[in-house]
Design a protein around this ligand. Structure first.
Ligand SMILES: C[S@@+](CC[C@H](N)C(=O)[O-])C[C@H]1O[C@@H](n2cnc3c(N)ncnc32)[C@H](O)[C@@H]1O
Length: 363
């Protein structure tokens, strides 16, 4: 994970200097190698991929062919070995170009190969294109859950519009053999009956996601039912399936293109490839979040659908459950969460889970 970044964001304050009047998107060069500036001012290049850890401060210079990039530290040695220049910025500018900029790529929390970004998945610049092996997530459900700063009571059409946006972004973050396990309700009746699972599946397919299967998660929630519609009458009875679904999608090819180590045991493989999963939900009060899923859900998805050391993303991290499962299963994990208090909660849970004690071998 440390090396998966494939771009740098040119800060808007420096655009006039570093991008000038160039029409975006455009092609350019980084360190003499072909590169691309996208419409958001992000500079993508193979030179950056697998090179700089998130959190690295880098120097960026514009020159005749495009850009020169190097970590801030190596710049110091360059200056001292090449010339006795006291002012390294002035030296580099005079040698290589007119502008030198320092950019820092900061996560909210980082330990081992686990990263949290306090960010909006629709806007985040924290994740490289084509870098994620598996996405496991449970987005807001659009059923008026009381999140701290997300309005979950939006009209259904707007909810589906939001769904399309984040699914598009995740599609671009995903590797070609990347997969998505999407936990949503099968349907809903609050605010009008809607086929949530089916509607989201259709949108995902329109974007380009390919359908693999749907796992039924039977939460075994035997709470007392009160809404019968018309009791003992065919007039207008309510039918409710007390289950959620995990829609399993992939970007381009289902078969993984890289070799890796699987860590799933025979018994679990046989049980989990039967697409009806029976385990309990998680308590909101115990976790301190309005809609957590239990660790068992991401744990199963991760062990069934990814290799050890793969990179897992949860774009709606909430209380951090997916990252707990990453820690347990020795995967690199990235979480995006818009609410700072939930980020803090995720960090607290990771610490309780022993993030500073566990060593993630091979990551
Ligand atoms: C259903 S909860 C996820 C719960 C999580 N699976 C857990 O176990 O705690 C959805 C989360 O998405 C967050 N969220 C809503 N809109 C977001 C956005 N645009 N970007 C990132 N996070 C967002 C909410 O704050 C909420 O914590």
């Amino acid at each position: 994970m440390e090396c998966s970044l494939g771009f740098v964001q040119i800060p808007s304050t420096d655009r006039s200097e570093l991008i000038r009047a160039t029409q975006l998107p455009c092609t350019t060069q980084v360190n003499g190698v072909e590169a691309r500036l996208d419409k958001y001012g992000r500079l993508w290049s193979p030179v950056l991929k697998n090179k700089f850890a998130i959190g690295t401060t880098i120097e960026l210079i514009r020159n005749d062919s495009g850009y020169e990039i190097f970590p801030a530290e190596t710049n110091a040695s360059l200056v001292s070995t090449v010339a006795e220049q006291k002012d390294k910025a002035a030296f580099v500018k005079s040698k290589l170009g007119e502008s030198l900029k320092t950019i820092t790529l900061e996560p909210y929390f980082h330990a081992n190969s686990i990263y949290i970004f306090n960010d909006n998945i629709l806007k985040t610049e924290a994740i490289a294109e084509d870098s994620i092996d598996l996405i496991v997530t449970s987005p807001p459900y659009g059923v008026d859950i009381k999140y701290e700063n997300y309005d979950d009571s939006v009209p259904y059409n707007r909810y589906l519009g939001f769904t399309r946006e984040w699914l598009e972004r995740c599609y671009s973050f995903s590797k070609d053999d990347g997969r998505l396990c999407l936990n949503v309700p099968l349907d809903k009746n609050k605010g009008g009956q809607q086929s949530v699972g089916a509607d989201i599946t259709c949108i995902a397919k329109e974007i380009g996601w390919k359908y693999h299967s749907t796992i039924i998660w039977n939460e075994q929630n035997i709470s007392r039912r009160t809404a019968w519609g018309s009791w003992l009458s065919a007039s207008a009875p309510f039918v409710i399936a007390p289950v959620e679904v995990i829609i399993v999608l992939y970007k381009k090819m289902w078969k993984k293109t890289h070799k890796g180590k699987s860590d799933i045991i025979r018994k679990d493989f046989i049980e989990w490839t039967n697409g009806v999963w029976n385990f309990s939900g998680e308590s909101k009060n115990r976790v301190g979040h309005p809609a957590p899923f239990p660790v068992e859900l991401p744990r199963r998805c991760i062990k069934l659908f990814s290799y050890v050391s793969d990179t897992i993303l949860d774009p709606f991290l909430g209380s951090g459950t997916t990252l707990l499962a990453c820690l347990e299963t020795k995967r690199a994990g990235v979480g995006i969460e818009i609410n700072k208090n939930y980020c803090d909660l995720a960090v607290k849970r990771l610490k309780e889970y022993g993030i500073f004690q566990k060593k993630l071998e091979g990551l």
